[in-house]
Design a protein around this ligand. Structure first.
Ligand SMILES: NC(=O)C1=CN([C@@H]2O[C@H](COP(=O)(O)OP(=O)(O)OC[C@H]3O[C@@H](n4cnc5c(N)ncnc54)[C@H](O)[C@@H]3O)[C@@H](O)[C@H]2O)C=CC1
Ligand SMILES: O=C(O)CCC(=O)C(=O)O
Length: 411
């Protein structure tokens, strides 16, 4: 099932549990605005290259639309649409005053030089600058983008609208980025996992983790989990997969990954087939790369007791059903990876106030939001007698529906 069909399905299931009116359901499902732009840049060798960029703004009932920008060869409209919708539900679960959006450019950042990436980012910003803004739509990093990408967007946007640090989050700290944003999604994954395991009378310490993806989210999650005594027994990225049943030495793996641009070749473990990583033995599986990786082909083989969705929509609905029958507990993306957008919110607040928080305050506030989010999701599970995914979806859809109805439809 494609990402959009899967996300729509989860939304509709939640809408039915809540008993939403079908007209309201339709208005919540259709995106506010879909932007598709052609981005042509001169490459370093003088030849031209054309890319397609998207920004899909899903909903703004609860506040400015918010979500990352992804640079990846598989970026296409349905996927971005699904990711934008997920942002609406994620900001609502976190209870931060935003709606949802997502953007992306269909490109392989590994094939472009830094100056080509800068030109591409600037052209994309020129095409969408009138449609984003501090109170309308605030981009952030996602796969294949990072603080430098946000710095280029900030600079290009500010040429049109004056200096506007709050137009993007996940910026370098020197440009108004928040302390703690870089680690925030991984730290949120840790807090979410702690809340889940505590509920089952367990803690991170001593559990065996497998992490797919070793970029921003996966590497921070691995680091923070291992600092808490969790044993990370296997990790994969686009270059390969490494396993060590005694636990990988994460600081050494981070160093190796920085020096060799990937985990491949790390000597502190055995190389394994990256396609098998999700079905290796562990207690907690943390997908932190692409969507749709847990599906009907591999769901039956999964050995983990818990899945913490650090990536967006890693589990498709067929796999959800199979795993539920097997008794696997899934902590859904719209809660589990909400630490990133929550600290993006703190960054935006700091920029608007012209004031900077210290990192301890950022991390403490994040823990408060994640703990409250878990409690709110669990309450919805009780109310609707449903699993954690539907608990999170009903919580979010109800909040957005309430805001939409309160605002009214008068033209
Ligand atoms: N960066 C953020 O703040 C947030 C990111 N996310 C989600 O987390 C996931 C990862 O994002 P980032 O870490 O930011 O991206 P990133 O670009 O920093 O890292 C992506 C990682 O995935 C790996 N990867 C790519 N294709 C793979 C494959 N086929 N098999 C195994 N590994 C593969 C890459 O090698 C890299 O290690 C995405 O689903 C993203 O939407 C969710 C919330 C916030
Ligand atoms: O920090 C943000 O605004 C959004 C991060 C993001 O794209 C996500 O949570 O999927």
């Amino acid at each position: 099932m494609n990402a959009l069909a899967a996300t729509n399905r989860n939304f509709r299931l939640a809408s039915r549990l809540l008993g939403l009116d079908s007209k309201l359901e339709k208005s919540l499902l259709i995106p506010f605005r879909e932007i598709k732009v052609e981005c042509t840049i001169p490459k370093d060798d003088g030849s031209l290259a054309t890319f397609v960029g998207f920004r899909i703004q899903h909903d703004n009932a609860r506040g400015p639309m918010k979500g990352g920008i992804r640079y990846h060869p598989e970026v296409e409209p349905d996927e971005v649409n699904a990711l934008a919708q997920l942002m609406t539900w994620k900001t609502a679960v976190a209870n931060i005053p935003y709606g949802g959006a997502k953007g992306g450019i269909g490109c392989d950042p590994a094939d472009l030089t830094v100056s080509e990436l800068e030109r591409l980012t600037r052209v994309f910003t020129q095409k969408i600058h009138d449609l984003i803004g501090v109170q309308t739509d605030v981009p952030a990093p996602d796969m294949g983008t990072g603080p430098q990408t946000m710095a280029w967007i900030l600079d290009e946007y500010s040429k049109f609208h004056g200096h506007s640090p709050a137009v993007v989050t996940g910026k370098p700290v020197e440009l108004g980025g928040s302390l703690g944003r870089d680690a925030a999604t991984g730290r949120g994954v840790l807090f979410a996992t702690e809340a889940l395991l505590k509920e089952h009378g367990m803690s991170v310490s001593g559990q065996r983790f497998i992490i797919q993806g070793f970029g921003n989210v996966g590497s921070w999650a691995a680091q923070l989990i291992s600092e808490k005594g969790g044993k990370v027994v296997a990790v994969s990225d686009i270059t390969g997969a490494i396993k060590n049943t005694n636990g990988l030495d994460i600081p050494s793996l981070l160093k190796h990954s920085r020096e060799h641009r990937g985990v491949k070749g790390f000597h502190g473990g055995d190389a394994i087939d990256p396609n098998s990583i999700l079905v290796e033995d562990c207690d907690v599986l943390v997908p932190a790369a692409l969507g749709g990786v847990i599906n009907r082909e591999n769901a039956n083989e999964i050995k983990a007791k818990f899945i913490v969705e650090a990536a967006n929509h890693p589990t498709d609905p067929e796999a959800d059903e199979i795993l539920k029958k097997k008794g696997v507990v899934i902590l859904p993306d719209i809660f589990a990876n909400s630490g990133g957008v929550t600290v993006s919110y703190f960054e935006w607040v700091q920029n608007i106030q012209g004031f900077m928080w210290d990192e301890e305050k950022v991390n403490n506030e994040l823990k408060t939001y994640m703990t409250k989010g878990f409690k709110d999701v669990k309450e919805m599970c009780k109310t609707h007698n449903c699993d954690l995914r539907m608990g999170a979806f009903t919580l979010a859809v109800n909040r957005v529906a309430r805001a939409t109805v309160l605002r009214g439809w008068e033209a």
